[in-house]
Design a protein around this ligand. Sequence first.
Ligand code: NAD
Ligand code: AHE
Ligand code: ZN
Length: 375
Amino acid sequence: MDVRAAVAFEAGKPLEVTTVQLDGPREGEVLVEIKATGICHTDEFTLSGADPEGLFPAILGHEGAGVVVDVGPGVKSVRKGDHVIPLYTPECRECPSCLSRKTNLCTAIRSTQGQGLMPDGTSRFSIEGRTLHHYMGTSTFANYTVLPEIAVARIREDAPFDKVCYIGCGVTTGVGAVINTARVEPGAKAVVFGLGGIGLNVIQGLRLVGADMIIGVDINNSKKAWGERFGMTHFVNPREIEGDIVPHLVNMTKTKADQIGGADYTFDCTGNVTVMRQALEACHRGWGQSIVIGVAPSGAEIATRPFQLVTGRVWKGTAFGGARGRTDVPRIVDWYMDGKIEIDPMITHTMPLSDINRGFDLMHAGESIRSVVVY
Ligand code: NAD
Ligand code: AHE
Ligand code: ZN
């Protein structure tokens, strides 16, 4: 069938909105009509050429919501008409990773997903006979896409697509990093570096679990009001303080009783490896945990003195907030529908697919939190 898509033909070039061809679902696959998709910084990271796994031409997008319109042979867990959120981290419930209960990183289809292909090693997308790559197994910058059934979470039908699409990445990543990865306890002191579409969700996750001190760090002063809106208690612009950010943050967390100082938990939501080091070193001696969420460019590496770890600081990472998609995503949709978490104010811009490049421009300019394409 012909579908409308924003195609990434080359790294560093704007997307081209055009008609492409999509083959129907094969064994174990579903055809989903995408109703809305967010634009995440990771889409921009791959489009920029910084992603070692980036493939072109491709149909990017991984933060969608839509309706199942057809299913291939053998599909059991969803049917036509179901409302779903595509999962770039699937949940097969059968692979060693799923069965371990130690990780959400299902390995059932990761290898073909990284090659921009469906699990059978072929692509469903093409343009005038030329193959187009899938992206993160989701390719939501198209009004129809094909996904393995293990890579969709069935959600309630009254949830608005143009809001809950954000649960397909940003919301789950931020809130999940707090709840699943760090397991932050009430009363904790936390520092969040980078108050964008992910960092603000970390902040609302920290508020949800009852953290006492939530320090936001960003180089863009307009993010102060945004952080406060979701529960941030203090703001620091590292470019406007005297001296180094690490002792500055450590001092902020000191009390009369605790003159060592340092955060119980820190979160990098920038993808900048210098910031990742600062985040680790701003942790409390003996127990502070730093969670890497940001995705760093090809070739970038993190460094610190091993003494930072010897003295009890812990460096961790998280993908998709540690969430098991088919199990956890429907619950997060319920949290939104029940008013436990907020989404609407973070969606600062909506646009038709024809304007998708404006969403990337707004992100570059630091003017948006989330742009959502509505089909
Ligand atoms: P965004 O562009 O919306 O926000 C980034 C924020 O970081 C901006 O507010 C920016 O001003 C701030 N920033 C940039 N450099 C900074 C610095 N040196 N110090 C302090 N603040 C700085 O991006 P986003 O959509 O929130 O994504 C954030 C990061 O998370 C990206 O690297 C993205 O690829 C990654 N990500 C990871 C996962 C995962 O599963 N691990 C999921 C989604 C996104
Ligand atoms: N391909 C990149 C890494 C990209 C990456 O880390 N992706 C995250 C999700 S970011 C969503 O916005 C992720 O899920 N990682 C786990 C995985 O298996 O990809 C690179 O550096 O090679
Ligand atoms: Zn994302």
